[in-house]
Design a protein around this ligand. Structure first.
Ligand code: KIV
Ligand code: NA
Length: 265
C-alpha cells in the first residue's frame, strides 16, 4: 500500500472516504496497527496516562514524546504518523515552539505535529507551518488545559463556546492546518465545522459526521480498566485475552509444563 501523506488526507476528504486514526506509543503496537490498515497513528500525549500512569497529560516532556514517537515511526510504512507537542513545549514563545517542533520532527521522523488550541496559538501554528511542518489542530476538550476547563466533560454545549470553537476552527483552517481534532463536542457542531473547513476533521466523542475518527488504542481494544465513557466502543477485549494468557503462562511455569523438552536446548 502507498504511504499516506497529508495530501492523501485532503483527497480522502474530497472523496468522502473516512479516515481511521488510533493512538500508539510503541514499535510493537504501531506495527500491528500499520499492518492492519490504519490510516494514521497519533503519538498522543495521552502516553502520559497510558504509558506512564500519570493522572493528566501535563507532566509528559518533549524528550519522552520523542522516545515514544521514534518507536512508532520505525514500525510504520503506510500510515501517517502525527506526534503531539506536549504541554509547555509551544506555549512559552513562538521561537521556543518552532525550536521544539523542529527538534521533534528531526529526532522522530514523524510526518506531522498536533497542538491544542485555537486563535490564541494560531500565530505559533503559522510559524511551525512556515518551517515546513504540517500541523493538526485540536479543539473542544483540550486536556492540556484541564485545570482551566475544570473537568473532562462535553465542550461547546452553550452558544458562546460553540461560536468560539467555530471561529477557532476557521482560524486554524486559514493558518493552513491539514487536520483538526474535535474532542467531546456536540455532533451537530462537529458536522458544521467539517462542512465549513478545508482541513480534515478527526473526531473523538464528536459524532459520526467528522472526516475521520480517533480513539486511544488501549481504550478501543479494551485494555484500559474502569474507563467507559459513552463515546468509547471496545472493538476487542484485550484485557481478558491478555489476562488469560498471563494466567496460562503462570500456571504452566508453576506446574512445570513450561518449557517442554522441545522448547529446551
Ligand atoms: O493524546 C491523545 O490521545 C489525543 C487524542 C485523544 C485526540 O490527543
Ligand atoms: Na493529545
Amino acid at each position: 500500500k502507498k504511504k499516506i501523506t497529508t495530501q492523501t488526507f485532503a483527497e480522502m476528504k474530497a472523496a468522502g472516504e473516512k479516515i481511521a486514526q488510533l493512538t500508539s506509543y510503541d514499535f510493537t503496537t504501531a506495527g500491528i496497527l500499520d499492518r492492519a490498515g490504519i490510516d494514521s497513528i497519533l503519538v498522543g500525549d495521552s502516553a502520559s496516562n497510558v504509558m506512564a500512569g500519570n493522572e493528566t497529560t501535563l507532566p509528559i516532556t518533549v524528550d519522552e514524546m520523542i522516545v515514544y514517537a521514534r518507536g512508532v515511526v520505525r514500525a510504520c510504512h503506510h500510515c501517517l504518523v502525527v506526534c503531539d507537542m506536549p504541554f509547555g513545549s509551544y506555549q512559552v514563545s513562538r521561537e521556543e515552539a518552532v525550536r521544539n517542533a523542529v527538534r521533534i520532527m528531526k529526532e522522530t521522523g514523524a510526518d506531522a505535529l498536533k497542538l491544542e488550541g485555537g486563535a490564541e496559538i494560531v500565530d505559533t501554528i503559522r510559524a511551525i507551518i512556515a518551517a515546513g511542518i504540517p500541523v493538526e489542530g485540536h479543539l473542544g476538550l483540550t486536556p492540556q488545559s484541564i485545570h482551566k476547563l475544570g473537568g473532562y466533560g462535553l465542550r461547546a454545549k452553550e452558544e458562546a463556546e460553540a461560536a468560539k470553537l467555530l471561529a477557532d476552527a476557521h482560524a486554524l483552517d486559514d493558518a493552513g492546518c491539514f487536520a483538526i481534532t474535535l474532542e467531546k463536542v456536540p455532533a451537530k457542531l462537529a458536522a458544521q465545522v467539517t462542512r465549513e473547513v478545508k482541513a480534515v476533521t478527526i473526531g473523538i466523542g464528536a459524532g459520526p459526521d467528522t472526516d475521520g475518527q480517533v480513539l486511544v488504542y488501549a481504550d478501543a481494544l479494551g485494555m484500559t480498566q474502569g474507563f467507559k465513557p459513552k463515546f468509547l466502543r471496545h472493538f476487542a477485549d484485550m484485557a481478558t485475552t491478555m489476562t488469560a494468557g498471563v494466567q496460562a503462562y503462570v500456571d504452566a511455569v508453576k506446574t512445570g509444563g513450561f518449557p517442554s523438552a522441545e522448547e529446551s536446548y
